[in-house]
Design a protein around this ligand. Sequence first.
Ligand code: FES
Length: 102
Amino acid sequence: MTQWHDVGEPDDFPDQGIWPVRIAGVEVAVFRLGDELHALHDQCTHGMARLSDGYVEDGCVECPLHQGLFDIRTGEPRCAPVTQAVQCFPVRVVAGRVEVAA
Ligand code: FES
């Protein structure tokens, strides 16, 4: 069953930023792209790096260690050396609160 977790208000997540949150013991990186909020597992699939320490560009997050790119909307790899998708979590806004399912 999907469990939704409150992570804050929409204004806590300004555009093009990355915020690390921990929900149910899982490290998650929350992103805003314009009006959209997205959440990915905060661990690169290539090595021991946190995506929340990376950079946002053109709808992707760049890993800070070897500059692999992941699509923020889907978690799919977009640039070597990453070849495996990172887990993507559903995000919703309910009654002015941002919730992530994990
Ligand atoms: Fe992320 Fe290598 S650890 S690209």
